[in-house]
Design a protein. Structure first.
Length: 294
């Protein structure tokens, strides 16, 4: 799908790459069974919207088996594919599953932004003995990123559960994942011209969440804005805000935390409405200025 796995079948053949009918419950179930039998399958959903057809396999078969077998059966599987809003594909193809799958114990959930994130997290996910949901973004597939020499090494891995500071700052912490990380960096560049220095935290992993990195940043900046493409209610930003409120960093906040999210509606088809349902750079700038009271 979307040319991401192009060439793999030709290189490895039917023994390694299975071109299945589009029956998500069926091929996800086969992949979970293969993981239980000792393989390390990578199960691709053409988009994560249709993982809902297989959510029983992902949650009840993959996520819970290690616990329910008292640790005797591992399920080392990676579920990967495009997640969140694309462009002009309307409501049934445009939802973010970070909060859906991040809610469930037994799963690890990763959400890459850059090429280094994608490569390092995929390698780490395949090596992990737990089921991992890897939420990619379709609109990032065609975006070029610089790759460090270290990242181009075959041994390069991004640890699951470790966030990354993409930009240092002192006035406000911006926490995001996937494509909105780029929007946060753009907003930070605009705000820097006005004397506001934003610290941008790329979560990279939704579950387990690296709240320690977020807390350390909030202690430094005293302000917090979360940014995500998903819906607001019970979202990733809501979880971050709750963790900060419950932890030691709460005492360092000089203003209430603010969430920037997708609109609380099914995604419209019309482009102008779609643009207003997805967080834009201007929305992040507005949230930062609101938080800083400027």
């Amino acid at each position: 799908a979307l040319q991401i796995s192009r060439g793999l079948w030709k290189k490895y053949g039917d023994k390694r790459v299975i071109d299945t009918p589009i029956s998500e419950m069926g091929f996800a179930g086969i992949a979970v069974g293969a993981a239980m039998a000792g393989l390390r399958p990578v199960c691709e959903f053409m988009t994560f919207n249709f993982s809902m057809q297989a959510i029983d396999q992902v949650i009840n078969s993959a996520a819970k088996t290690c616990y329910m077998s008292a640790g005797s059966i591992a399920v080392p599987i990676v579920f990967r594919g495009p997640n969140g809003a694309s462009a002009g594909v309307a409501a049934q193809h445009s939802q973010c599953f970070a909060a859906w799958y991040g809610h469930c114990p037994g799963l690890k959930v990763v959400s890459p932004w850059s090429s280094e994130d994608s490569k390092g997290l995929l390698k780490a996910s395949i090596r992990d003995d737990n089921p991992v949901v890897m939420l990619e973004n379709e609109l990032l597939y065609g975006v070029p990123f610089e790759m460090s020499e270290q990242a181009q090494s075959k041994d390069f891995i991004v640890p699951i559960g470790k966030a990354k500071i993409e930009r240092e700052g002192t006035h406000v912490t911006l926490v995001s994942h996937s494509r909105p990380v780029g929007h946060c960096l753009e907003a930070a560049a605009v705000l820097a011209k006005e004397g506001v220095e934003c610290e941008v935290v790329n979560l990279r992993t939704i579950r387990p969440m690296d709240i320690e990195t977020v807390e350390a940043s909030v202690v430094k900046t005293n302000h917090l804005v979360t940014v995500e493409g998903g819906w607001p209610q019970f979202g990733v930003g809501a979880e971050i805000c709750a963790r900060i409120m419950e932890g030691p960093a709460f005492n360092y906040l000089d203003a209430p935390a603010v969430r920037v999210t997708g609109a609380d509606v099914p995604m419209p088809y019309a482009k102008i409405l779609e643009d207003n349902c997805i967080p834009q750079v201007k929305d992040i700038i507005f949230a930062v200025k609101k938080t800083l009271n400027i």
